[in-house]
Design a protein around this ligand. Structure first.
Ligand SMILES: Cc1ncc(COP(=O)(O)O)c(C=O)c1O
Length: 392
């Protein structure tokens, strides 16, 4: 037995249980069709909701910025100074989201790791939705605060849990905005009411709502018309914006504090120059027209309705994320492989990404899919669903 034997055994267990993730290799730009492992397939995996990852406005902005600033920011912003392009991005994002201020991070994951431990610590309590994203969970753990999970999207349970916690210094309520595995939306108006009543900090992670929810993709706070009332709105530019990077929008005092105490901001460099420039161009595109966001929603509504008509269980989705519920992980993996054989790339998700026994194929609709693309996918889903006995 070597010191690595246990890892080999664990990997074998994952393979045996159908939970080992094989990562496909893409050899084309991110678009509705991809070359994956040498094959041309229809893409239903990416979070590239608006098709911006290979949009000419973004790619040319990135190239121009490289000519002007080079590629890298050089060091962390607090030590080496910050490039004007990063400052411009934060100002434009704040205006876009109608927030007092914005700070950007290298990723949405880092935004959560920065924000939660900067706001709560050892003697504090965090009320966290039971299905929150891993980056929220890790941010909560890093903070060393007491973590109290409330039932998913259940404001009554949140109220009960708050009443039970009598000893605390500070308190924080944190939830995903859009839950990425199910596509359902957090009941933000009720969460806001509870936070206001009890004077608790409220933080929403709107990674899958950024560029998707709200007027022209301005996010969940805009969707519910709660501008200025939600303390912290985390977002990401690695999904609908098609690039990379995280952001926190909120009151200036909180953003100022994160610049002083957000550890991934203080101890890790900023996103690269082409990333920042492409994100700025994404804001331009979104501010000029709601066309892409509108098309995303109409594509998603069509796909979801047709899948239900075929007899698939698409769960509780209220957004362009469509889970196709299959149950056990091996079936989901078999379904995904068969889809791929027939030209549709849609990943199977199993434990620990989703709970045991709730494996699924997750279909990510985008604005870039054409009507023909959607009809082709529906035909293949129907064929595989019948072959594997999932639908009649
Ligand atoms: C709710 C949530 N937060 C944060 C992230 C991480 O975002 P990023 O890819 O920008 O690190 C994700 C990505 O899956 C997410 O779904």
């Amino acid at each position: 037995m070597s010191k690595l034997t246990w890892i080999e055994q664990e990997l074998q267990t994952l393979r045996d249980e159908g939970l080992f993730t094989n990562i496909r290799v893409i050899d084309s730009p991110m678009g509705p069709w991809l070359t994956v492992d040498g094959r041309r397939v229809l893409n239903f995996c990416a979070n590239n909701y608006l098709g911006l990852a290979n949009h000419p406005r973004l790619t040319s902005a990135a190239k121009d910025a490289i000519d002007r600033y080079g590629v890298g920011p050089g060091a962390v912003r607090t030590i080496a100074g910050t490039m004007s392009i990063h400052v411009a991005l934060e100002e434009r994002l704040a205006a876009f989201k109608k927030a007092e201020a914005v700070i950007t991070f290298q990723s949405g994951f880092n935004a959560n790791l920065a924000t939660i431990p900067a706001l709560v610590g050892r003697d504090d309590v965090i009320f966290s939705d039971r299905l929150n994203h891993a980056s929220i969970i890790d941010g909560c753990r890093l903070s060393r605060a007491k973590i109290v999970a409330y039932e998913h999207n259940d404001p009554d349970d949140l109220r009960r849990k708050i009443a039970e916690e009598k000893v605390y210094n500070r308190r924080l309520i944190v939830s995903d905005g859009v839950f990425s595995m199910d596509g359902d939306i957090a009941p933000l108006p009720q969460l806001y009411e509870i936070a206001r009543e009890h004077d608790i900090l409220l933080m929403m992670d709107d990674a899958h709502g950024e560029g998707v929810l709200g007027n022209g993709g301005r996010g969940i706070v805009d969707h519910f018309g709660l501008h200025g009332l939600v303390d912290i709105e985390v977002g990401t530019m690695s999904k609908a914006f098609g690039v990379m990077g995280g952001l926190v929008a909120g009151k200036k005092v909180i953003i100022d504090w994160l610049r002083q105490r957000g550890r991934p901001f203080l101890f890790s460099s900023a996103v690269t120059v082409p990333d920042a420039a492409a994100c700025l161009a994404a804001v331009d595109v979104l501010e000029e027209s709601t066309e892409l966001v509108d098309r995303l929603w109409s594509n998603a509504a069509y796909f979801k309705a047709e899948m239900k008509q075929l007899g698939f269980d698409t769960g509780q989705s209220e957004t362009p994320i469509v889970p196709v519920m299959l149950g056990e992980a091996p079936l989901a993996q078999q379904f995904s492989r068969r889809l791929f054989d027939l030209g549709v790339f849609a990943m199977a998700l199993g434990f620990p990404t989703v709970p045991q026994g709730k494996a699924r194929i997750r279909v990510m609709n985008t604005a870039a899919h054409s009507q023909d693309d959607l009809d082709f996918a529906l035909e293949i889903f129907a064929r595989v669903g019948r072959e594997l006995g999932v639908i009649a």
